[in-house]
Design a binder for this molecule. Structure first.
Ligand code: ZN
Length: 524
């Protein structure tokens, strides 16, 4: 989902200048070297990358709050073993990809931004990529490194130091053609082949707009604040609650709202898995799911307390007693829609309160509270997702197609809808656990995708057994990529931190103003 909302920006591509540096490196190596094998492309690229990383490290040597370039640790080791003032640069700052952090993080991102063309022997640049490469070169062309040492395997420290004065990742913030072009690239429409043409542009503008609003309330904008804003339409400093305005951005906000709906859903299920795994871990001979559930007992009362529901006889009565506060006595598309807009940070019952309690319970491995709060979140999820069952607007269709085909809030809601009149909370919990044990590979899909072993238990007959020795992480939310967005727009000089609070700069105001004026008749 985030891949479509922010094409070209991932959870790990948080250094804006790497986009222009790699463009330049590719252009430069194709000009100066003959590439007839892929590994030649790799070695020419990584040599330039090492020089760039070392130069950045030299530049920020005495800077306390420096941003570390990708490959910092390895480059630092090479710096430490240098002798007679010469530094080796013919190495790879990444240990896990032959094409350095280009291959590891930026290759696909740059392709999605329309900067590169891929082929078998080497990646080449599009006209836009070339433009970016030229603008990077303009900023470094006066250096000794650029003039005489780009091809060298060993480079004088003083040469790299001088190179760092203009090539360092922190220098992008200064006005230059390179900065202009990068701003244009991030804020332009997606490639025509991408499904949502304006998603990145609108998401970035929305972030700027939210930063502007939050700073005026003395709230530092973060990923957590972003999630509250797009899900609840509100933000809080812990004392007061403020409404946010998403004028002209409601379509993109609606997509992010569904992203967060999915987040709560998977976080709830992951937490149940966490409770189960923690128990399995204690038993070498495993246990039956039924015994585990028996140990936990009936969570109905606890769930009722969290949801402030007067009746928890069945899922249906629970849902209806939640809806009663909305003066509606039936769950249908309209009341679900109503609930989805109404259940915000001001309410005594919302995902926010249950989520905070759940995070705590996960940390303490407090199974009873994990289960009660997870179930509360999943019931709220059902209430919100219900409206999507019969809706065919483009945003809903997009969500239904994006969410994993087998495990999504919508399909989950479909299952529950059938059983709500007869299922007790206890029965519902059993269903959730059955879903998890059947599908725990899917729940952990994203982690599996990044190469971690996620098969954390095995099922033999009726017995479940803990399988992995290391299970280090509590359930975590998937990345929204907003942290990368924040560091990119900061490095581009559109946002800056003042006294611990992110504020929008004059240039940021300009981009925001242009967009909002495009969207409405009157100036914002
Ligand atoms: Zn620097």
């Amino acid at each position: 989902m985030t891949d479509q909302l922010l094409p070209g920006i991932t959870a790990v591509t948080n250094v804006a200048r790497n986009y222009s540096f790699y463009s330049w490196a590719i252009e430069n190596l194709l000009k100066k070297n003959k590439v007839i094998k892929r590994n030649q492309f790799a070695s020419h690229l990584t040599k330039r990358e090492s020089a760039f990383v070392i130069a950045s490290i030299f530049h920020d040597e005495n800077n306390a709050d420096k941003a570390k370039p990708h490959g910092y640790d390895k480059a630092k080791r090479f710096i430490n073993k240098s002798n007679d003032g010469k530094l080796q640069v013919a190495f790879n700052v990444s240990d896990s990809n032959s094409e350095g952090f280009y291959g590891l993080y930026y290759k696909t991102a740059m392709y999605r931004l329309g900067l590169t063309i891929r082929s078998r022997l080497f990646d080449d640049l599009t006209p836009l990529g070339r433009q970016l490469a030229t603008s990077f070169e303009a900023n470094i062309r006066h250096t000794k490194y650029f003039k005489d040492h780009v091809q060298d395997d060993d480079v004088e420290k003083s040469v790299l130091s001088e190179y760092g004065d203009c090539a360092c990742i922190c220098q992008l913030v200064k006005p230059s053609e390179e900065r202009n072009i990068l701003r244009k690239i991030f804020f332009r429409e997606n490639l025509k082949s991408r499904i949502l043409e304006k998603s990145r542009r609108e998401t970035l503008v929305m972030v700027l707009y939210l930063i502007k609003q939050c700073s005026s309330m003395a709230i530092n904008f973060t990923d957590d604040i972003f999630r509250d804003a797009i899900f609840f339409g509100q933000v809080t400093d812990g004392k007061s609650i403020f409404n946010v305005d998403l004028k002209g951005l409601d379509k993109i906000a609606a997509r992010w709202h569904l992203f967060q709906l999915h987040e709560f859903f998977t976080y709830g299920l992951e937490s149940l898995l966490h409770a189960l795994l923690s128990e399995l871990k204690k038993r070498d001979d495993g246990m039956m799911l039924a015994d585990f559930l028996k140990e936990i007992g009936d969570p109905s009362k606890a769930v009722g307390r969290i949801l402030m529901a007067s009746s928890v006889d069945t899922i249906q009565t629970t849902v209806l007693s939640i809806l009663k506060n909305l003066h509606s006595d039936e769950l249908n598309t309209i009341s679900s829609d109503h609930f989805d807009r109404d259940c915000n940070l001001e309410k005594d019952v919302s995902e926010k309160t249950a989520f905070e309690a759940l995070k705590e319970a996960n940390k303490k491995i407090d199974s009873q509270n994990i289960i009660a709060n997870s179930v509360a979140i999943l019931i709220l999820n059902y209430l919100r997702a219900y409206r999507l069952l019969d809706t065919i607007d483009p945003v809903t269709l997009w969500f239904n197609n994006r969410a994993f085909s087998e495990l999504s809030p919508v399909l989950f809601a479909q299952e529950i809808k059938k059983k709500a009149p007869v299922w007790s909370i206890d029965k519902f919990v059993r269903f959730c656990f059955k879903t998890i044990t059947d599908r725990h590979d899917l729940i952990a899909y994203e982690k599996l995708f990044y190469g971690n072993d996620t098969f954390r238990f095995e099922e033999k007959g009726n017995r479940l057994k803990f399988k992995m020795d290391i299970y280090p992480n509590y359930p975590s939310q998937r990345s929204s990529r907003i942290d990368s967005v924040l560091s990119i727009i900061e490095q581009l000089g559109l946002v800056e931190k003042q006294e611990g609070i992110r504020k929008i700069t004059l240039d940021g105001e300009k981009i925001l103003g242009e967009f909002l004026n495009e969207r409405s008749d009157r100036p914002y």
